[in-house]
Write a protein that binds this ligand. Sequence first.
Ligand SMILES: Nc1ncnc2c1ncn2[C@@H]1O[C@H](COP(=O)(O)OP(=O)(O)OP(=O)(O)O)[C@@H](O)[C@H]1O
Ligand SMILES: [Mg+2]
Length: 243
Amino acid sequence: MSPEAKPILNVSKLVKRFGGFYALDGLSFHVAPGEILGLVGPNGSGKTTAINVISGLYAPDGGEVAFDGQQIGGIASHRLVHRGINRTFQVPKPFMSLTVRENIKVALSYGRAMVAPPAINELLEQYRLAEFAERPASELNSAQQKMLDLTRALATRPRLLLLDELAAGLNPAELDWIAGHIKALAASGVAIIVVEHLMGFIEHITDRVIVLNAGKEIFEGKLAAAVKEPQVIEVFLGGEHAA
Ligand SMILES: Nc1ncnc2c1ncn2[C@@H]1O[C@H](COP(=O)(O)OP(=O)(O)OP(=O)(O)O)[C@@H](O)[C@H]1O
Ligand SMILES: [Mg+2]
């Protein structure tokens, strides 16, 4: 599907506060089926908070989140999984004492009703976890835990997939490999939001980026154009380096 397709997610003037602090301060953007949208910005700019609100971990304090034309702001994560939204975590937290296969089975049991789940063995093979299938998740290294987190999300057949720093810690060959998988998922019609600090990776896989600063959008468009914007340069490099 082309990125010009009708948006599946529309975020409008989203606000999330922690006490008096605005982690999201009027954020608006959309993503369409088949599109890979990058969400970039400095540490603490609100990227994870945006994913947490969209995926139902936090209720918004203002604004709207519309998925498939329906308001979903404040609906709990497990219900949103049934509707077709799932995510990975910046710091994955698999059930450490369960095996890799059992972790995926748990996710499968939460999946979308009426939709055939993907085969577990296929997921394990695709994400290079087959040899660890019967081992406890605690034996995986952090990159493998991220892959388990992704397979857990994919087991529920998301239509909107939110990836929070999935590629951090991967080597260049692994980055190419996972980029191929993310692009293939988008080509199958999944809408994908990618949060990542690795700009080469973002440039390679995204159709478009939103640059966040202090919970607000400061740029929307291609990454190649974003890096020429003085405001974006200032936010990433600090004022004194931007000249
Ligand atoms: N549960 C929370 N309670 C209080 N403050 C929070 C909470 N979650 C996030 N924040 C604050 O909100 C701001 C945005 O955090 P967030 O994790 O969304 O940033 P981020 O863009 O994902 O950063 P990073 O690139 O470091 O992951 C930060 O100042 C953070 O300390
Ligand atoms: Mg984060």
